[in-house]
Design a protein around this ligand. Structure first.
Ligand SMILES: [Zn+2]
Length: 425
């Protein structure tokens, strides 16, 4: 009993220390106490249990035109998803069609476990473009770690109860609690912010995969007319219907050129991402000459989502100049804690975007951009940013006032890096 109590206490302390993290895709601060690996593992367990139950009741559609279509659509979406989150190339992506003609819904858990209900066709008469947009939205939730976020909230609130239960001599139910959190995470509505993130990511994934972004609006219109039963996930937490329609239309117009380009270009060769199960949950076997998932993700990775493209382009062209201190201080304090981890992972694009979003004038900001540019092979931008780091250090050193430089010796390291590059003009 005491051992469990101690480990839970440690978890609770850990939760307080490591509670917030900036989302690598959107930069928004999220409450994260459940580690990602755990969110993915527990989601898979909850998913398998759910599909097992439904399978026994013969509620899973195993083949047929609809299943084929959904697999084809989601595979094309995943091929886009891994461009923005290369680590998701190794997820055990899976999609099932649940035979439940009355339910209009779909979901994607942490780690890419997806399902869509047959009511999407039976009740909604959804087109392929609409299916792609709803699945894109659900995949958007997974890419932006929304399952992990909601599990953290569900689990965070459960910790107090759990400690009380153990103190009273109850059995350790951590694993059960965790799976419950995973189920809750797909059952509970997302926040408005999360929904808007999923809209942005989803519509772009669909457009890049060759599905009409205008279908997001028609899908929304069809769903909002349904009225009966609980709201589908795609509709939830969007309290102002007119705004949602207008917003989807606006997002659609922004990604329309991507859709047009795909429709008029040659099809891009991409590996299959959905066949993990057939390969007995092990590594996917690639035929000689065929591109692997990892190679594909790596090759595609130097690209970013449209809504992040503007700051990313500015970063790449060495044009980032910061002058914000007071107003950006909070954002900087919140985000800079992630920079070391992104740096160590070599997640250069995410690091650059996070620094750009903070927009804070300090030598650490410029040094991080220098490192990101160097990591991406942008020599000229790298030397410009190292130079700016040295200059900013005279007045805006990250270590002044007792603040942390996140373990970097910014001035020394920037000078050392600069000696490798020619000084910019
Ligand atoms: Zn949603």
């Amino acid at each position: 009993m005491q051992k469990h109590f101690k480990s839970l206490l440690r978890l609770a302390v850990f939760a307080l220390l490591a509670g917030c993290a900036a989302n690598p895709i959107t930069g928004r601060s999220q409450f994260m106490v459940v580690p990602e690996r755990m969110a993915i593992g527990e989601s898979a367990a909850a998913y398998n249990a759910m599909m097992g139950e439904l399978g026994k009741k013969r509620k899973i559609e195993t083949d047929g035109e609809r299943t084929q279509k959904v697999r084809e659509i989601t595979d094309r979406l995943i091929a886009q998803a891994v461009r923005f989150r290369p680590d998701s190339a190794n997820w055990n992506w899976e999609v099932q069609v649940i035979n439940d003609p009355k339910t209009v819904n779909a979901f994607c858990m942490a780690g890419g476990k997806m399902a869509i209900y047959s009511g999407m066709w039976e009740k909604l008469k959804a087109t392929d473009d609409e299916i792609a947009n709803v699945m894109g939205h659900e995949i958007g939730h997974a890419l932006a770690n929304h399952t992990q976020e909601r599990m953290s909230i569900a689990y965070g609130t459960g910790i107090g109860t759990q400690i009380a239960a153990i103190a009273l001599g109850a059995r350790d139910q951590t694993a059960a609690l965790m799976q419950q959190a995973a189920v809750l995470a797909i059952a509970l509505p997302n926040s408005r912010e999360s929904e808007s993130e999923a809209d942005q990511i989803g519509i772009e994934l669909a457009a890049r995969a060759g599905y009409d972004p205008k279908a997001a609006v028609t899908l929304w219109e069809k769903m909002s007319k349904l009225g009966e039963g609980g709201p589908p996930e795609f509709l939830s937490t969007h309290p102002s219907p007119e705004n949602r329609a207008a917003r989807l239309k606006e997002l659609g117009e922004r990604v329309q050129p991507l859709y047009v380009a795909v429709k008029s270009g040659a099809p891009v060769e991409a590996p299959k991402f959905l066949n993990a199960r057939e390969a007995s949950n092990e590594r996917v076997v690639t035929k000689p000459g065929e591109i692997t998932r990892e190679e594909y993700a790596k090759r595609q990775a130097d690209d970013t989502l449209t809504f992040l493209a503007e700051p990313y382009e500015r970063f790449k062209s060495a044009a980032a100049v910061f002058d914000c201190r007071v107003q950006c201080g909070f954002s900087y304090a919140r985000k800079k804690g992630d920079w070391k981890a992104l740096h160590d992972k070599g997640a250069w694009r995410d690091l650059a975007v996070s620094v750009m979003q903070a927009g804070y004038l300090s030598d650490l900001s410029y040094f991080m951009l220098g490192e990101a540019a160097r990591g991406l092979g942008l020599a000229e931008a790298a030397s410009t940013y190292y130079q700016r780091a040295l200059e900013a250090g005279k007045e805006y050193g990250c270590g002044s006032g007792g603040f942390s430089c996140e373990g970097f010796e910014v001035q020394r390291q920037a000078a050392a890096a600069l000696s490798v590059f020619p000084t910019p003009k």
